[in-house]
Design a protein around this ligand. Structure first.
Ligand SMILES: C[S@@+](CC[C@H](N)C(=O)[O-])C[C@H]1O[C@@H](n2cnc3c(N)ncnc32)[C@H](O)[C@@H]1O
Length: 217
């Protein structure tokens, strides 16, 4: 289990308009620019305490969280019970490099602040490729988490829309070197076609590439 120290998600935040707006702007609008959430089966890899699920589940058909940390899963399940949304969201204990899902299961796969934890992004991507439907979309979000910036910074960002690039270095949990090597991998991987990359926000979207049977990759 990693030693990631994540602030506890407080039930109720998912109704706070500031947070709702942030999750809508940052995730929902970006995803919907490229695909459809309605009717989708979505996998959230490295789902942590489930916050993405709690903000986004209402847009989708079914939300699956995958998480390797027992502690995070416990929090996520507790929050889910308190929010009374158990039938819409499932959390699985698993490793992103080898998941329990059947192939071609998901319409959308999301890594939100989690791919940088992978010691083997190639292996992680091979697994994502396997369980994503043909033509399915893969999103990678690696933003310096607004929620860890502290409430003042968060409020300022949400209120005036300003995002000071200095924050990247100052508050980012992800070491920039690590992000650079992840980006290098993302640029060179062959399983997915890159549809978009927004540098400033560290958002990427890929589509599963379809290979002919004898193609080697
Ligand atoms: C920074 S948190 C992100 C939580 C959430 N996705 C978000 O954006 O708020 C990263 C999560 O990835 C999980 N994680 C790390 N390595 C993992 C692995 N190999 N398989 C599954 N989950 C993993 C961690 O336990 C942690 O909960």
């Amino acid at each position: 289990m990693n030693k990631y120290n994540f602030i506890h998600f407080k039930v109720g935040k998912e109704r706070d308009p500031k947070f709702v707006k942030f999750y809508k702007d940052y995730y929902v609008d970006y995803i919907e620019k490229h695909g459809k959430l309605r009717g989708a089966h979505v996998l959230d890899i490295g789902s942590g305490d489930g916050r993405l699920a709690f903000f986004l589940h209402k847009y989708v058909e079914k939300w699956y969280g995958l998480e390797s940390s027992k502690m995070m899963l416990k929090r996520a399940r507790k929050n889910r019970t308190e929010l009374n949304i158990e039938n819409k969201i499932r959390f699985h204990e698993s490793d992103m490099h080898k998941t329990p899902f059947s192939k071609d299961k998901f319409d959308i796969i999301i890594y939100s602040n989690s791919l940088h934890f992978s010691e083997n992004p190639k292996r992680a991507f091979q697994e994502a490729y396997r369980i994503l439907k043909d033509g399915g979309l893969l999103f990678v979000f690696e933003h310096p988490s607004y929620l860890r910036w502290g409430s003042n910074t968060l409020n300022k960002t949400l209120e005036d829309g300003s995002e000071n690039p200095d924050f990247n270095e100052k508050f980012c949990n992800v070491k920039l070197g690590k992000l650079a090597s992840l980006e290098k991998y993302l640029n060179n991987q062959k399983l997915f076609t890159k549809l978009n990359r927004e540098g400033y926000h560290n958002r990427w979207v890929f589509r599963k590439a379809v290979f002919s049977l004898n193609e080697d990759f």
